[in-house]
Design a protein around this ligand. Structure first.
Ligand code: A2P
Length: 172
């Protein structure tokens, strides 16, 4: 990828699903540090430790599954069915999805949300002229954490990662 950038074939290099440990490893040899680390991030999996690390290293976090990717093989209903988020959405006259996206935006990350529905796409963009109160943000920050996509498929006795702890370097 560094050669690709030198050749002008890519503008920036990004990684995905990197833990602090994997970033440390790549940063120890990279001539060009990754610009972005795309990871699962939403109110139910806030990635506080990784975000702090990436902030210090100048790596932008990009949040995938900001709504929990409900309905997909790798997704969870926990985000869209969270009672606290429902309450906040109702109190603000916003949708729960908008509360999630605004929350992620306020954390200073780049947000990758997807929808095949035009109205929901519009709704998902309509998060820039209002904000969460300090109290709402504080309550969200205290939500119990649970990774939506542990990716057990990548764990195998015969592979490099023999447990989820190893796969995620303990960050699970
Ligand atoms: P749809 O394409 O029918 O809108 P994530 O971005 O976390 O991976 O979640 C994507 C899922 O969330 C898709 O199933 C998408 O369905 C749905 N989705 C996207 N935007 C909204 C929204 N504003 N309200 C409810 N569901 C949404």
């Amino acid at each position: 990828m560094e050669e690709c950038q030198a050749l002008g074939l890519t503008k920036s290099i990004g990684v995905s699903n990197f833990s602090c440990k994997k970033l440390e490893t790549i940063l120890s040899t990279a001539k060009i540090p990754p610009a972005v680390n795309q990871v699962e991030m939403n109110p139910m999996w806030q990635q506080k430790k990784l975000r702090k690390f990436c902030d210090e290293k100048g790596i932008l976090i990009e949040s995938y599954s900001p709504l929990g990717a409900k309905g997909t093989l790798w997704g969870t209903n926990r985000v869209m069915e969270c009672e606290l988020l429902k309450e906040i959405a109702q109190a603000k006259g916003k949708s729960l999805a908008q509360v999630c996206l605004r929350w992620a935006h306020e954390q200073g990350v780049c947000v990758l949300v997807k929808s095949f529905n035009k109205e929901r796409m519009k709704q998902n963009l309509d998060i820039f002229d209002w904000k969460l109160s300090a109290e709402e943000s504080c309550k969200i920050s205290q939500l119990p954490q649970c990774k939506g996509f542990p990716a057990g498929e990548f764990v195998s006795d015969d592979g490099p990662y023999k447990s989820l702890e190893e796969l995620w370097d303990g960050e699970i």
